[in-house]
Design a binder for this molecule. Structure first.
Ligand code: F6P
Length: 366
């Protein structure tokens, strides 16, 4: 076994940023350096490996001794567009640029890559490894918490905390003005953030893509809240929830990328119409990604980083570190990507919400 041989590990963050990435990078750098290995930071994910001169820098424990671990974002930069296997070129065509990445990994003398990303990034890095690039170990991160084979991912806890705090701040103003406050949260196609924050933040209605609602049931719940003597109501809606006639709310950005956004405004109008109550919307957006990481995210990121280095030492590649039953384990990346994790309508958390009288808009109010 080559366990004592010095190694050169590349590390990158890929996909949307979230809180806890820097804590994970720090853990990898500390742990690998302790073994006498070198860690090379790849700037802006795989984007830095396109072209002639890779944009990289050696990472040392010293630069992580101060503020970095406490900061949101990623000191390495990241990107959530430009799939190198289908890269958009300036002339509007698409090109497979994976060869450039594989060549640059070899040029840099990397023994492996530790990739911190979501399911899309894991799939891309895995393809590089299979096509002759360097082997990889994955660390799951996403505020959406939709990666399979792990109970949680870096960034989710912080996003839920931020959304919960938003409800804490919306409640007094809702009560002061007799209003229905609608909080739209991120999560892409999974309703985990809305569900968790809705319970923790005392919502009356939680709307998630996994549970079909009717405006009638939502309106009945809000009216009931009011007839029972409370002058405000809180509604949390996940960005991917569709309109009653099944249309997603999307925003097309200047670069042509489509993203969810704005469904809260639809519910504001519909709820006002159906109940006669005044409603206001807050679209929380990227605030959920930018906060300093919670202690949970720092712990998870640190444990994931240390475990990832351990896997490299053992030569266990094509694996993703994961959190299961109070343990850090490793799972096949293939399985993690295949087992997309949406909210299970029969899960403990959905039952908890129902037990608290929270409506998902799918049933008549008791
Ligand atoms: O996947 C993370 C996420 O924040 C989603 O919840 C959201 O839909 C999307 O990324 C936003 O992407 P962007 O940063 O490109 O606006």
């Amino acid at each position: 076994m080559n366990q004592k041989k010095s190694k050169r590990i590349g590390i990158l963050t890929s996909g949307g940023d979230c809180a806890g990435l820097n804590a994970a990078i720090r853990a990898v750098v500390h742990s690998a350096t302790h073994k006498g290995w070198e860690v090379i930071g790849l700037i802006d994910g795989t984007a830095c490996l396109l072209g002639e001169e890779p944009d990289v820098r050696t990472l040392t424990p010293a630069e992580f001794d101060g503020t970095v671990m406490r900061m949101g974002g990623t000191i390495l930069g990241t990107t959530n567009k430009g799939d190198p296997f289908h890269f958009p070129m300036p002339d509007g065509t698409f090109k497979d640029r994976s060869g450039e990445i594989i060549n640059n990994c070899k040029k840099l003398g990397l023994d492996c890559i530790i990739g911190i990303g979501g399911d899309g990034s894991h799939a891309i890095l895995r393809r590089f490894a299979q096509q002759g690039g360097v082997p990889m170990v994955g660390i799951p991160k996403t505020i959406d918490n939709d990666i399979g084979e792990t109970e949680t991912s870096i960034g989710f806890d912080t996003a839920v905390s931020v959304a919960t705090e938003a409800l804490d701040r919306l409640q007094p103003t809702a009560a002061s003005h007799d209003r229905v406050m609608i909080l739209e949260v991120m999560g892409r196609d999974a309703g985990h953030i809305a569900l968790a924050a809705g319970i923790a933040g005392g919502a009356d209605v939680i709307l998630i893509p996994e549970i079909k609602y009717s405006i009638e049931h939502i309106a009945a719940k809000i009216k009931k809240v009011k007839t029972k003597g409370r002058n405000f109501a809180l509604v949390v809606v996940s960005e991917a929830v569709k309109t009653a006639d099944d249309k997603p709310y999307m925003v097309t950005h200047t670069d042509g990328q489509k993203r969810y956004g704005g469904i809260g405004n639809y519910f504001s109008e519909e709820i006002s119409k159906a109940t006669g109550f005044e409603a206001r919307v807050t679209v929380l957006g990227h605030v959920q990604r930018g906060s300093p990481p919670t202690y949970n995210d720092r712990l998870l990121a640190t444990a994931f980083g240390v475990k990832a280095v351990e896997l490299v030492e053992q030569g266990k590649f094509d694996r993703m570190v994961a959190w299961k039953n109070r343990e850090i384990v490793d799972v096949a990346i293939e399985d993690a990507i295949a087992a997309y994790q949406e909210v299970d309508p029969d899960s403990t958390m959905v039952k908890t919400a129902r037990g608290m009288g929270i409506s998902f808009g799918d049933k008549p109010t008791d």
